[in-house]
Design a protein around this ligand. Structure first.
Ligand code: ARG
Ligand code: ZN
Length: 882
């Protein structure tokens, strides 16, 4: 019942009354049920003594309790209480062994939390609170235990039996076999994992910095065995990188990854046995795009890095989630930057943050990176906890410098190894190691919202002084009206007429460290001396803080920064500001019914980018991409989807027409190389293909039959998915109806046996700019390859439509909203986590015009009125309607 959903507060945190030193599990897996026998070695928490023995309240959900035995005495059901969330007993000793047997039903578990089946295999997902669906337990991260797990199953159907740690025994009896695994490290239950299935594996090994040989295995269903090389290479690179950059060595003799098709999230860092969504492990050139390859590399690294930032040192409670996630995202993004192009990685991350996290921060679900209340923790695996969390860690890295940061993390790992700790502990380790005070900085942990940083300049030619005044303001967020000033590191430069950086000489108040000034007040002026001419400021280089920077750049300034700034990120950012201005003017024209025009400055800038052969191709491709529609929505006062789409499309069209020759030259040159060289997922190859595909997407707007021929050739004769899918996407959004239909048919036939490629096929159609996209999506839900039970399918069809197809989803009739609400309701009981995530676009109703607001709210209200809302859906809808 929805109104029984309770809010949990950080301020109410209490250490556990009991601890579980050892956990011995035995699973008997059958087709129609599973038996779970648990033996828990429980003892009172010595830190929480009182005269009386407190009750023992074990978490448990959807469990059929069969027996309870305490120290070998069977406990009668009069002596304990069971409700739908817990098992409560009154112990009579300080330490005892509790044995329970429960029956569970993984074969009908559609929520994909706890123990469930994906295709024919058994697998688990326990974070955050899934373990309580496996057995009665103290399912909280500050209870850490040594696990021994025995799995017994049919030998034929489940030849592979895996759990955390090392296999210590195995055996066989008739048609059933068993294996026992022991994990020597204490861990919370959320890191438990079990897998049983008919799997194949690719094996490799890694020799650690102390010359220990680690066995590496990636398990997949047999048909995927030829798609794991990229993940294996990524894993070995990650292991080396963590040794070199953080001094962290892997700690078990074996590290396993298992790929499963049905998975709510990307992947999970279970100790020694990571479980991955197939979409984050499998990649080979013919079936996975460059982006997919990079995602695999990033997620493999992320989960591996959790072995230290998350597992060896874990979270005390779920309010501390960003302790492991923000830090680990920062670690994986630096890894990716080191493996590929650092600037491109930064651009991609910031574009993502600005589009998705800034929108979350401005909406009803806004929360600080360390929230102080939640109803359903699954709803807090957010872009704020992860991506903004990573930005906060990045600022600490900027403040302390590379070496200072490393000293801090060394102290953190040393001090807290084997413990469940808080964000405060993390910051304290960094502060202690560097003898600095981070008290004010910690406001980033407790205050939600995206600060605005307004900057005003003034130049005095007589004194040769240049003044910058910074004003910070953070808009109110739910339950936080007023905010205290943040510490904002602003990495910057002052450019002279030649585009060179002037030396920074600060006089008077303020702190300058290297090229970083520290904003700490609501309003603050910095004065720079010996500035011979009025400079152009390059502010917030490398996006040194997650804020919205406002500075009145002229168009000429932006063109100048685009060409000269020695910070690649800011060169790109200048191009985006220029494009945003050009688009926003056409939004106004469109709304007023005036003709739209292409800004000549933007055209000139693009022409010179295309003409400059000295530029890095990846940068050219980034700078030639107009800001995404979703980002244009985010920065609008009142977003007008039709106007945004029309204005952006108009500018693309004009650029395409006017710069056609240059686009064609780039396209043909790069396509020729693609045809000669075998595919590689390296930074230079990826850059080349992204420029090639960028050029193609412009060219396809020119309605030139010769371009269609090029596009069809790329579609039919590419050896890799990056080129083929780009060609398909262009065809789907083109006016060439018969070629489009044929391409969709051919593509489906070619890849009908590869679900991950079919996901792409669904997404391309869901994002189609053809007017009938909603009808098409509804039709595709009946397609043989679609099933609402598979989260990847839901994301690629329903999610892609609602999140990315701006005009389709926001059509004035409200049909898009109604469709989404229907799907949320269908998924509410089946898979609450996916249902809740799907809701996101509806929660942003305040961004739109009055009519759309009413339509969106009406759908939220319809969901609210439904029976048996899950806590996941209830929390999001409830907060959205406040
Ligand atoms: N810890 C995982 C990761 O970031 C995410 C798992 C979250 N799962 C969930 N059902 N909320 O790598
Ligand atoms: Zn993570």
């Amino acid at each position: 019942m929805s109104n029984s959903v309770k809010t949990i507060y950080l301020k109410d945190y209490q250490a556990p009354d009991y601890l579980i030193d050892e956990t011995h599990l035995k699973f008997e897996l059958f087709e129609n049920f599973t038996m779970v026998h648990a033996e828990l070695h429980i003892r009172r928490n010595p830190d929480k003594q009182s005269d009386e023995l407190p009750e023992l309240v074990l978490d448990g959900q959807e469990l059929e309790l069969l027996t309870v035995v305490m120290d070998n005495v069977v406990i009668n059901s009069n002596s304990y209480t069971v409700d739908d969330k817990s098992l409560t007993l009154q112990p009579n000793k300080n330490s005892f062994i509790l044995k329970t047997t429960v029956r569970i039903h993984p074969e009908t578990n559609t929520a994909l939390e706890g123990l469930y089946k994906s295709n024919t295999m058994f697998c688990t997902q326990c974070e955050a609170e899934g373990f309580r669906k496996i057995t009665y337990y103290l399912d909280r991260p500050d209870v850490m235990s040594k696990f021994t797990t025995t799995i017994e199953a049919d030998q034929q159907s489940y030849p592979i039996l895996l759990s955390n740690g090392n296999q210590i025994a195995s055996g066989q009896e008739d048609d059933r076999h068993w294996a026992t695994w022991q994990d020597p490290f204490k861990k919370p239950a959320y890191l438990f994992a079990l897998v049983a299935g008919d799997l194949w594996c690719v094996e490799d090994s890694f020799t650690t910095m102390n010359q220990r040989k680690v066995d590496l295995r990636i398990y997949v269903e047999p048909e995927n065995i030829n798609k794991v090389n990229h993940a294996m290479t990524s894993l070995k690179n990650s292991m080396r990188w963590d040794e070199e950059v953080y001094g962290r060595e892997y700690d078990l003799d074996i590290f396993m990854i298992v790929a499963v098709s049905d998975f709510n999230m990307g992947a999970m860092e279970n100790k020694g046995l990571n479980i991955f969504n197939t979409s984050c492990v499998l990649a080979r050139p013919e079936t996975a795009t460059d982006m997919a390859h990079q995602r695999v590399e990033g997620v493999v690294a992320h989960e591996y890095f959790h072995n230290w930032s998350g597992n060896r040192v874990t979270c005390r409670d779920w309010f501390q989630l960003s302790l492991k996630e923000g830090f680990t995202v920062f670690r994986d993004s630096e890894f990716t930057a080191d493996m590929n192009s650092r600037t491109v990685k930064r651009i991609e991350d910031v574009a993502f943050l600005r589009t998705h996290q800034f929108a979350e921060d401005a909406g009803p679900m806004a929360h600080p990176i360390r929230p102080d209340a939640y109803m359903e923790i699954s709803n807090f695996y957010t872009v704020t906890i992860y991506e903004k969390g990573a930005e906060i860690i990045r600022m600490l890295h900027t403040l302390l410098g590379k070496e200072g940061f490393r000293k801090g993390t060394d102290l953190y790992f040393e001090r807290h190894d084997g413990q469940a700790v808080t964000c405060d502990d993390f910051v304290k380790a960094l502060a202690d190691a560097n003898a600095i005070d981070l008290t004010q900085f910690k406001r980033w942990y407790s205050q939600a919202g995206t600060p605005q940083l307004e900057v005003l300049e003034s130049y005095d030619s007589a004194t040769k002084q240049y003044h910058l005044t910074f004003k910070q303001f953070c808009p109110p967020t739910p339950n936080q009206e007023e905010k205290q000033p943040f510490v904002i590191p602003v990495k910057m430069g002052l450019l002279n007429k030649q585009g060179q950086d002037l030396p920074l000489q600060l006089v008077g108040e303020g702190t300058l460290v290297g090229d970083v000034i520290l904003i700490t007040e609501a309003e603050q002026t910095f004065t720079f001396a010996n500035v011979g001419e009025k400079p152009v400021p390059s502010l917030l280089r490398d996006f040194s803080a997650p804020v919205k920077l406002k500075f009145a750049y002229s168009k000429d300034d932006l063109l100048f920064l685009m060409q000269h700034d020695n910070d690649g990120f800011n060169r790109w950012d200048a191009s985006q500001r220029l494009a945003i201005e050009a688009i926003q003017q056409q939004v106004v024209n469109y709304q007023a019914g005036n003709p739209m025009v292409l800004d000549s400055g933007l055209e000139k800038a693009y022409a010179s980018l295309l003409a400059d052969s000295s530029l890095d191709q990846a940068m050219v491709a980034e700078m030639l991409s107009l800001p995404a529609e979703n980002y244009l929505v985010e920065i609008s006062e009142v977003a007008d989807p039709d106007a945004i789409h029309a204005a952006r499309q108009f500018i693309r069209q004009q650029l395409a027409n006017n710069l056609k020759g240059q686009f064609l030259t780039h396209y043909q040159a790069n396509r020729a190389v693609s045809q000669q060289e075998a595919y590689r997922a390296t930074a230079d190859h990826i850059a080349r293909r992204s420029l090639q595909n960028m050029a193609l997407s412009y060219l396809m707007l020119t309605d030139d039959p010769q371009v269609l021929t090029l596009c069809l050739d790329q579609f039919k004769h590419s050896d890799n998915m990056t080129e083929q899918l780009a060609a398909l996407t262009n065809l789907v959004n083109s006016p060439y109806e018969s070629e489009k239909q044929q391409a969709l048919v051919d593509f489906y036939e070619q890849f009908a046996n590869d679900p991950l490629v079919i996901d792409q096929w669904f997404a391309v159609q869901a994002n189609s700019q053809a007017g009938d996209s909603l009808a098409r999506v509804v039709e595709l839900m009946k397609h043989e390859a679609f099933t609402i039970k598979n989260p990847n399918k839901v994301r690629s069809l329903i999610g892609a439509f609602a999140n990315n197809n701006l005009t389709g989803f926001h059509q004035k009739t409200g049909a898009g909203y109604q469709f989404l609400a229907d799907q949320v309701l269908a998924l509410n009981t089946m898979n609450p986590q996916i249902a809740s995530r799907l809701l996101t676009p509806l929660t942003r109703w305040r961004k739109y015009d009055e009519e759309r607001q009413q339509l969106m709210k009406a759908e939220l209200e319809r969901i609210m009125a439904a029976d048996k809302l899950s806590s996941d859906v209830y929390e999001v809808v409830n907060k959205s309607l406040v």
